[in-house]
Every structure is written in C-alpha cells, then in structure tokens.
Design a protein around this ligand. Structure first.
Ligand SMILES: [Zn+2]
Ligand SMILES: [Zn+2]
Length: 338
C-alpha cells in the first residue's frame, strides 16, 4: 500500500515563496493498493489537491478511470477541489462519493449545495448523473470492502464478523470473494468541534498493513477506548497537527485541530509505528513547520518515553517512534510506502 499526498494544507489553499517545500494544496490524499479495481483511484477528501490529482489521471479514461472519493467531512478545505477538477465534468468518468451525514447533509446534498447559483456557475444536475452517492449514516458499525475484481461493497460490522469468524468468502456486488484479497475500511468519528468527521482505517489484507487517516481531529484529555482500538497498531497514521502547543493553549483550543504533542501521545498510547503530520496551518512556513512543529513532535517523543508514569499507565512500547523518520511532515506530491 502506498499513500500519495496531493494536498496537506489545512483551512485554505496558499501559495508563497516561504511554503514551497510543504506546498499549499488543501487536503487530498490517495490510497494506492493492489486491492483496488484497475484504474480506480481511492481519494481521501477533495481539497484543492484534487485539481492536480484529476489532471494527473485523465490519461486513464480509456482504461475505465473511476474515482472512489471518501470524505472525512464537509468543510470547504476538504471539498472545494471537486468544483474545479476536470474529471468532475467528464461524463464517462464515474465517481463514487462516500461521506458522513452531518445535519442532514450527506454526499448528494453536499453536491446540491455547492454546485448551485449564486455560489457556482455549474448546476449540480450537470454533474450528479455520473456520481454514485453513499451516505455513511452509522459509519462506526459499517465497513467498506474493496476487491480488485469485485469492486466496493458496504457491510454492517456484525454481518462482516460472521464471515471473518467462519473464514468464509464475503459477498461483493453479487459474487463472493476471499477476504484475504481485500482492503478493509473501518471508521470512527474524530473530535472536530460541531462537525461530524470521519477517521478512516485501511487494512490491506494481502500485506497485513494498516494505514490510518485522521485529520481535523483535536487533542483530547484521554483517548476513548473505541478510538484507541481504531488507531491501534497502525503501520502509518497521518494526523492533524495544525497548531503548536503554546498557540493551541493560548488561542486555538476548541477550533477542532491537533498539536504535535497530542498526536505523539496518541501514537504511543495506540502503538502506532509511523506518523505523518498534516493539515498545516496556512500561516506555517516551511521553516516554521521544521523548526516549531517538527521539533515539538521530537521533544514529545523523548519526553513522553522518559515519563514513567505515562509509559506504565499506557503500557507503552518504548521502542516505538524512536527513529528520526518515524515522525515526518507531509509535503504535497510526496509518496509514502506503508
Ligand atoms: Zn480541515
Ligand atoms: Zn474541518
């Protein structure tokens, strides 16, 4: 499994000479896996990073190009790239939209709201006919399965467990497939103010690798048990570190975003092997990201591991998050092997 970063900026897109290394596209990530059908691209959020992503894959139209779009939530920085990415307007590029239902707004209602007068010149009816909508109402008890031949299918978690316990093949779009050939996607709610926001967990069964996408998630005093299980033992987690701790404490607490210290704490508690920091603040320059955000993360790695009360309480594996590149900054257009 590989992760491609198309956009790692939070809140609003930027472009300036001080932020060239990290880039300025808002949230858009791609999960590349052998468990996806051919020419299907699994995209996490369509922030402005979805504009270059869309251009990049246009040459796959003849191979049956299809986008599976998994949305965390409906804030602008996570959806706006959809309005200006070429595949949105090309009839023979189907799109499947998965996302939460927040205050009555699911994927379909989001499109109806965004593609309309007076906010946008193209009406939703021009684009929605090539879109499949998958509102995720009870996402914490739902799983999405992907198989290279079978495609995508949602199951209730209890239903899915009966197949895993009996080691039986799982039904996907009317046929049955071996679970060991699938990508299994599970979900939990993040802590993001008044928004319903999803963190996705991807378990690639053939390689047994786990990737977590957890953006727009604010530090919590403790890690709730369900969320700890969701994060547990991931090979890679990409998490929201928009604010340094002093700024968070003085000004931005309650805005729905995390800190490097909070992320390292969750990583050690949940036994995560590698962490990417994302949702960079629009005001964070490359130097700020390296000297403040990254340094805070490194300090937290050392301090928390040396804190016996913390390590004993959470039974922390002290060999975790010890190497320099075990925690890194997400930069636009980078690719990471999980
Ligand atoms: Zn955001
Ligand atoms: Zn948000």
């Amino acid at each position: 499994m590989k992760i491609k970063i198309w956009g790692a900026r939070g809140s609003i897109a930027i472009s300036n000479a001080d932020s060239i290394k990290a880039g300025g596209n808002t949230t858009c990530y791609e999960v590349m896996s052998s468990c996806l059908p051919p020419a299907t691209h699994l995209i996490l959020d369509t922030g402005t990073g979805f504009v270059p992503a869309g251009w990049h894959y246009l040459n796959e139209i003849s191979q049956g190009l299809h986008f599976a779009l998994l949305f965390t939530h409906w804030h602008w920085d996570h959806i706006l790239g959809l309005t200006l990415s070429p595949p949105t307007f090309i009839d023979n590029i189907p799109m499947s939209l998965y996302g939460p239902v927040d205050n009555g707004i699911g994927p379909k209602e989001m499109i109806q709201h965004v593609f309309r007068r007076p906010f946008f010149p193209v009406d939703y009816q021009r684009v929605c006919h090539k879109m499949n909508f998958h509102p995720l109402e009870n996402f914490d008890v739902t799983i999405i399965v992907s198989h290279p031949e079978g495609g995508f299918q949602q199951h209730q978690f209890d239903h899915y467990m009966t197949f895993t316990q009996k080691n039986q093949p799982i039904p996907i779009n009317g046929k049955e497939y071996n679970l060991s050939e699938c990508l299994i996607i599970t979900m939990q709610a993040t802590n993001h103010g008044n928004a319903t926001c999803i963190s996705y967990r991807f378990h690639e069964m053939p390689t047994n690798k786990v990737f977590i996408f957890c953006t727009d998630h604010e530090d919590q005093v403790s890690v709730p048990l369900d969320f700890k299980r969701h994060l547990a033992n991931a090979d890679l987690a990409i998490m929201d570190a928009q604010y340094d701790l002093p700024r968070y404490t003085q000004k931005t607490g309650g805005f729905g975003h995390g800190t490097p210290t909070g992320i390292i704490k969750q990583g050690l508690i949940a036994n995560i092997k590698k962490i990417g920091l994302t949702h960079h603040d629009p005001g964070s320059t490359d130097i700020f990201l390296e000297d403040i955000i990254m340094q805070e993360a490194k300090q937290a790695m050392t301090q928390l591991r040396e804190n016996a009360e913390f390590t004993d309480l959470f039974k922390v594996d002290k060999t975790l998050l010890t190497k320099q590149d075990d925690v890194f900054l997400c930069y636009d257009y980078a690719e990471i092997e999980v």
